[in-house]
Unconditional design. Structure first.
Length: 472
């Protein structure tokens, strides 16, 4: 029971949480709501928590989420090229993003309704099953099932994890720092982990990397259970009602951010399945060079996250500019890739692409949370489901479409097209220039709060009969 409601029953309303007596009549007490940039008032818990979580556990919870995100992006497996065609391999790698794309609208709504902890645990459980399946898979069908399960788990774990960080770290610049750390784990999982996994695969056997990741999933889930017991039914009933995902998608500001996230990730998603063959044909790259192509890009990605977090703390009104600058860097770097003639040269533009992606992601992910705070309801499941959908669009198309484009049009044309798309989209972020000036008073949530307060202050006529008449 929340403070102030002793001996009374709680009831969730659009305007907030009200206390009702045994007769069902509302009490004049309206429990406070958190405003953007503020923590929950002293003595009150976040609506998705069963009880207030001590500040000391914030860091531990953050680590749990980051490890979960790392596992979601570091698991991969492919069959022997002798057994299946290149098209089948492309479909295998795309299956994760395709399923993620399909499930995210549902997972975002589910997260808004039940909170962040339960979906995060579901995602970890599915990821554990997926990695264990990878370890013992012997044919294409089993690998396809494991890869698809990975997409299902990621749709819950990634979205719930990022949304939980945005909810726990309500103040800036703490929110940007926390999301930036999560992005660093994303880069570690997608760029640095595969080479190390390949070395472990080579010297310890096929199953060891996957079993290690399965154990990490299990331990992370147990630690999460210890830190955040899943919300009880009464706590879920007190959660504010989130804005439906289709209404968030119709918000022009959110649409601009989602388009930027998709566009900036297209070069990475399209180059990952094509650059190895191009390096082998154009510069005679060795196997180890092709395997380590993306490893150096991990460091500029982390640098980009660090730089953006520092700049955002000092100049928070320029978030749109950091994103636009990142897209310009991505565009220029993509155009330079085909001109490279050796391994050392090709690493430079790839580092530029990852540095630019870090600028865009680190600037725009906190912007999504801010837009929800000032224009909608401060529940973050659906908004970060939209962000995950944006990433999934690029990574669903990349493994399937990129090879066909290279075959029909050429590697040079592919890179020039991706670079041009990023350069042309960068000015669109000017639309976000005045977002930082938006005030919470314009938000849908506060309009509901005002309406609810007026309703609570309105005198009732003839007891419950008068209340029923007013509702009519």
């Amino acid at each position: 029971m929340e403070p102030g409601c002793a001996g009374q029953l709680e009831r969730a309303t659009p305007a907030g949480r009200t206390c009702t007596g045994s007769s069902g009549m509302p009490s004049p007490l309206l429990l406070p709501q958190r405003r953007p940039g503020e923590s929950w008032p002293l003595g009150f818990a976040s609506p998705c928590r069963n009880s207030p979580i001590p500040y000391v556990s914030k860091a531990s919870l953050h680590v749990c989420v980051c490890v979960c995100i790392y596992v979601c992006l570091s698991v991969s497996g492919s069959p022997s090229h002798d057994d299946v065609s290149d098209v089948q391999i492309g479909v295998l790698f795309a299956s994760k993003a395709i399923l993620q794309l399909l499930v995210n609208p549902l997972s975002g709504t589910f997260i808004d309704r039940v909170g962040y902890d339960v979906p995060l645990l579901i995602g970890l459980a599915v990821m554990f099953l997926s990695t264990a399946t990878f370890a013992f898979a012997e044919n294409y069908a089993t690998l396809f099932a494991a890869r698809s399960l990975q997409g299902l788990g990621s749709a819950f774990a990634d979205t719930a994890g990022i949304a939980m960080i945005a909810d726990r770290y309500a103040e800036e610049p703490a929110r940007s720092r926390a999301l930036g750390t999560a992005l660093a784990f994303i880069s570690f999982g997608s760029l640095a982990a595969p080479p190390f996994g390949g070395v472990l695969y080579q010297f310890a056997g096929k199953r060891v990397p996957f079993l290690v990741l399965a154990c990490v999933c299990l331990l992370d889930g147990l630690l999460l259970l210890a830190l955040v017991p899943p919300c009880a039914g009464g706590a879920r009933a007190n959660m504010p009602v989130g804005t439906p995902i289709h209404r968030l998608m119709a918000d022009p500001y959110i649409a601009v951010v989602a388009g930027a996230l998709t566009t900036c990730n297209i070069p990475l998603a399209f180059l990952e399945p094509t650059i190895a063959n191009w390096m082998k044909e154009s510069m005679g790259a060795t196997e180890w060079e092709m395997g380590l192509t993306w490893l150096p890009a991990f460091f500029p990605h982390v640098l980009g996250v660090y730089v953006t977090v520092r700049l955002a703390a000092k100049y928070p009104h320029l978030q749109w500019f950091y994103g636009a600058l990142g897209m310009a860097v991505i565009g220029a770097s993509s155009c330079v890739v085909p001109a490279c003639r050796n391994f050392g040269q090709v690493v430079v533009p790839l580092c530029g692409i990852c540095f630019g992606i870090a600028l865009v992601d680190t600037a725009l992910l906190p912007t999504l949370a801010f837009l929800v705070d000032v224009r909608h309801v401060s529940v973050y499941g659906s908004i970060y489901a939209i962000a995950d959908i944006s990433y999934s669009v690029a990574y669903a198309l990349g493994p399937i479409v990129a090879g066909q484009i290279v075959h029909t049009m050429g590697f040079v044309q592919l890179n020039l097209g991706m670079g041009l798309a990023n350069v042309l989209y960068a000015p669109v972020l000017l639309f976000l220039k005045n977002v930082c000036q938006m005030k919470p008073s314009h938000s849908e949530r506060n309009i509901l709060l005002e309406e609810g307060t007026k309703l609570m202050k309105r005198p009732l006529r003839n007891g419950t009969a008068g209340l029923a008449k007013e509702k009519q």
